[in-house]
Design a protein around this ligand. Sequence first.
Ligand code: ADP
Ligand code: MG
Length: 699
Amino acid sequence: MQKISELFGSSLFNDKIMRVRLTKEVYIKLQRTINEGVPLEADAADEIANAMKNWALERGATHYTHWFQPMTGKTAEKHEALFITSNEGNAIEHFSGKSLIMGEGDASSFPNGGLRATFEARGYTVWDCTSPAFLKEKNGAITLCIPTAFCSYTGEALDKKTPLLRSIEALEKSSKRILKLFGSEPNRVFCTLGAEQEYFLIDKRLYQQRKDIIYTGRTLFGAPAPKGQDLSDHYYGSIKESISSFMSDLDIELWKLGIPVKTKHNEVAPGQHELAPIFTSVNIASDQNQMIMEALETIANRHNLVCLLHEKPFAGINGSGKHNNWSIATSEGINLLEPGETPRENTQFLVFLSAVIKAIDKYSELLRISASSYTNDYRLGGHEAPPAIISMFVGEQLEEVLQHIENDELMINKLAKKLESGVLTLPILKKDVTDRNRTSPFAFTGNKFEFRMVGSSQTIADPNIILNTIVVDVLNEFADKLEQSKNLPIDLQLLIRNTIKEHRRIIFNGNGYSEEWKKEAERRGLPILHTAVDAIPHFISEKAKNAFIKNKVLSESEIMSRYEIKLDDYVKRANIEATTMIHMYRKDIFPAVVEYVNLLSLSIINMKQTNLNVVVKPQERLLEQISSLLNDAEEAFILLQNYLKYANNTNNLLERSKLYRDEVLMSMRILRKPCDELELLVGKEYWPFPTYGDLLFRL
Ligand code: ADP
Ligand code: MG
């Protein structure tokens, strides 16, 4: 095997390759485009495209594609062969600067939430030169992938990348305003992001026998196996050979793409695993996370496995999340969420910290939405996942500091006396904050925030668009005030103190999984949004709209379209699940149970016919139990069908989604219960699909 240092980034058209393959002049021009957004001249684009093409051809590529992230949350691509034909009808390898920079496609079938009428359904993909082009290999087919943003003819964002890029720009501007007050003018300020990714692996042959997993990504039926995660013996357990070989292939594939995957381990649930790359700037981290999710699925398939990215594939055992580790850094290598060592740095840290505290409290509904989806609803509030209530953990040390700042009435006076230094001093915080709270949705972990609500199948663009926007909003508000200040040191103290005072209710350092916290959160008046349907309407509140529009992250129509897409996605996924259950019950479970019932009945008749002194009681009891459960199931089945019809006949999308949340999902639960009980009563060979035991323990 090659060394990691040789493999790493070998499928990337990265800076190293560009230095070699571009003329110095064009290389500098491209750097200016990447770093300063200066438009690229046509000649330079042609040269870059040509270099990219030659590099890709040498590596065996036949096609290129603009790779984008439509509002499905997945990635999309349309491949074009890297050639043109000559007048004589010969093929000539070719790739123009124009095709590199912009692509135009019909693409009318992506969800757009009314942003594009079909008659003007063109979508444009525009090169995002801040994220490197890469080669995707699929069983010998090699494609040059060019990361792009996707927008409409009128410039509206039709994807997840464009608003993310806008939020990154806004974060840079607002952070620079604050830093300037502290006399610091870094070249760039950007958001850093490390996304830990959890996933399940199951056997491909078993997967193929489960319609529910095929259509929905999770099990809709299934009795618990005798053993689940009770012993925690899977957590950090020794990795099985078959899984290890999969992980090793995955590592190699991801390293080639320049994705710095660093850690891997078994998670708590049987069949559950996690990987984490080293953090990088959020736009790249977001692209990389999409590549990771795709590679997980592709490489699992190569190993006769199926990777489940669903947030809750199995009832009763842990679900999967994606921990979104977020911070703000400067190009000079300063982490703005790192408590400083000097008074000046301390105060600066406290300004950023209090901005985050305020943002999370003021816009907690938005942050909740950023992790809201139909599938994540099954995970949030489970015993292993943060509840559907947003709160913040800052740790004991920092809590003490904050309390001190908040309570010290004399602080301002004291400070006034020593105005020359004039800044608040933090006791030096220990770098390695040992008190870790795993139950908080949003935890300060020493020099970054870890947002743990995000679902394993989600794009991290969503939570980071929102996180950036709400923090930007507060930073700008702070800057507006402070830039007018006649006495900056005093005003800084006041701002920090008042902010902490006003928003302290969002800080909770206790056990976020406990029942007491739910009650406490209610007392504090924190929004409790149990489901995605409860959360999504807050996306179009005046407060939310203002934050998006004012900070130029989303326009009014882009907000409305995303609101609609989110609700629509909820309804569609619920509909697919309900329909899958209906099929599985009627076409698989019902016939299987009838067959088994028949066997029992025949057994009773036959045994009685022998005229021997035999006991048929066991068969009779089982028969009674089974037929009674089958009757319960049949009633629930009828109920589900009726509610589904009723919901689908409701035109208003919000009303429909509420009907799904309340009625359809309830009847799905009612149908599942007797079916799962039946599974434990009906003979193994008669049951129509693999059980939890098979799926979780037969790898
Ligand atoms: P865990 O949360 O499992 O204890 P770590 O805290 O070591 O793991 O790191 C988790 C993730 O956080 C990794 O992807 C790591 O690169 C990332 N991370 C570390 N520092 C930062 C930072 N300043 N900004 C963003 N992400 C970071
Ligand atoms: Mg973590």
